[in-house]
Write a protein that binds this ligand. Structure first.
Ligand code: MN
Length: 463
């Protein structure tokens, strides 16, 4: 037999005028719900979720618990669409209940939203539930760190809540608890004011559950109390579980299909399935949800929309919140692309700058010495300016080779001077050529030029 002791506290805080949180402590069942959607709407939504759970029979199953959360979701979403004053309302809900599963007593943990369920035991302090929030998604995707999530401006944006859609996915786990362990349920009013270390310290002080709950709520209030804070502490007084590692005692579940038609009310009587990833059995290897539900704004964001009860405004705010995460990623990509383009731009600029400067002399299209404007860089050719120079075939071998290699000048005058010098040599050569052919030979540098028709081998001289 598992025996539990409960303690709870819920405070308005120092900023809010009303308390939109609701808390349930009943026979073997505890829950916290954090309503949103503006004053009355938030209170109605969280109270609806808690009332649905409170109406459950004492001897309950996991199936019952999950079904009840589904039912509460549908009821809240129907009320929200039927009553203009309640439009846009929603709520988180987390619950821990004693259930029978496979012929043994266990604790069922269910969650939708960013209220949390923690466990303090011999193996330390850990969060059992997973937040359905934008920042949690970003942390899972590695876009921000857990520390950045703590102070992220959109940490109140939820990706899942009751009352937003006719059907919601409900996370569910089973835990075989050990005597001496403590479970904490709380709204984000606590976790936004106190860090895990402080919460664990207060939980571990050994005060009775009721006093511990009051101390936690009071500390959150003293730390700023910017939101309603609700806390339930559950002590596992007796358990029939043999001492086993946490991983063997905690299982994530695929909840059974839920047939809401038995409830017989409302237009949504089709069979619905709770979509829950099955593979994750440890907190450390949680896979991201297979599809991202439409994110919606948390209570503070709704509060910012005060007076905007219009559904269009709310939808716009929700869309904006949804876009924020994608936008952050897109910005990163854009910044990277801009950086790359910048580097490419600089390189191209440098090439064009270089290519546009200077003067260049080389063999022209018709075999003459030609003057070009610019410098050859990569694929860019200099522009032909003047090809009135001497024909290469009239040059000495040495000059012809220099021209074929090409030569760069920074000044046009120097380039033209170079061409003139070559022409002068050629002219001398040419005039000599007209008199005697032998003279031509003497003009050639005899050491470098092999005799015409000589084999171009590397054979040593004299062979
Ligand atoms: Mn809250």
């Amino acid at each position: 037999m598992i025996r539990l002791e409960f303690g709870s506290a819920s405070v308005v805080g120092q900023v809010r005028s009303g308390n939109e949180d609701s808390v349930l402590v009943a026979d073997g069942l505890a829950a916290v719900a954090d309503g949103m959607g503006g004053h009355r709407a938030g209170e109605v939504a969280s109270a609806d979720a808690i009332d649905a759970l409170a109406d459950m029979e004492g001897n309950r199953s996991l199936d019952d618990l999950v079904r009840t959360v589904h039912w509460a979701n549908r009821r809240i979403s129907e009320r929200a669409s039927a009553d203009p004053e309640l439009r846009g309302m929603g709520t988180t809900v987390c619950a821990v209940g004693l259930v029978n599963f496979e012929d043994r007593e266990q604790l069922a943990v269910v969650n939708v939203g960013d209220s949390r369920v923690y466990l303090l035991g011999a193996e330390g302090f850990r969060q059992l539930s997973e937040d359905h929030s934008l920042v949690e998604s970003l942390v899972r995707e590695g876009q921000i760190t857990a520390e950045e999530a703590q102070s992220h401006p959109q940490r109140n944006v939820l990706t899942r809540a009751l009352g937003v859609e006719p059907v919601v996915a409900v996370d569910a786990w089973l835990l075989r608890p050990l005597s001496g362990e403590r479970i904490l349920l709380c709204s984000d009013g606590l976790t936004n004011e106190l860090d895990d270390e402080r919460i664990a310290a207060v939980l571990g002080d050994g005060d009775p559950a009721e006093l511990t709950a009051q101390r936690l709520a009071a500390e959150a209030d003293a730390a700023g109390g910017r939101d309603n804070t609700s806390v339930v502490v559950i002590d596992i007084v007796d358990s029939d579980t043999a001492d086993a590692p946490f991983e063997q005692r905690f299982d994530r579940l695929t909840t059974p299909s839920v047939d809401l038609s038995e409830e017989g009310e409302g237009p949504n009587t089709e069979r619905v399935m709770a979509v829950i990833p099955t593979e994750a059995t440890q907190l450390s290897d949680v896979a991201p949800a297979p599809e991202q539900p439409e994110p919606m704004t948390g209570d503070e964001d709704i509060a910012e929309l005060a007076g905007a009860s219009d559904e269009g405004d709310l939808a716009a705010a929700q869309a904006e919140a949804a876009a924020a995460g994608a936008l952050a990623a897109r910005w990163r990509t854009a910044a990277f692309v801009v950086a790359i383009l910048g580097v490419i731009g600089l390189a191209v600029g440098a090439i064009l700058f270089t290519a546009g400067r200077g003067w260049y002399v080389r063999e022209g299209p018709d075999g003459q010495v030609a003057l070009y404007r610019g410098t050859p860089v990569l694929w860019i050719d200099p522009v032909l300016v003047d090809e009135s120079g001497a024909a290469l075939e009239d040059l000495t071998e040495a000059d012809a080779a220099r021209v074929r290699r090409g030569r760069t000048f920074s000044e046009e005058a120097t380039a033209r001077e170079f061409i003139e010098n070559i022409r002068a040599t050629t002219t001398t050569t040419t005039s000599t050529t007209t008199t005697t052919t032998s003279t031509t030979t003497t003009v050639r540098p005899t050491t470098t030029a092999p005799p015409a028709g000589a084999p171009t081998t590397n054979a040593p001289p004299g062979q």
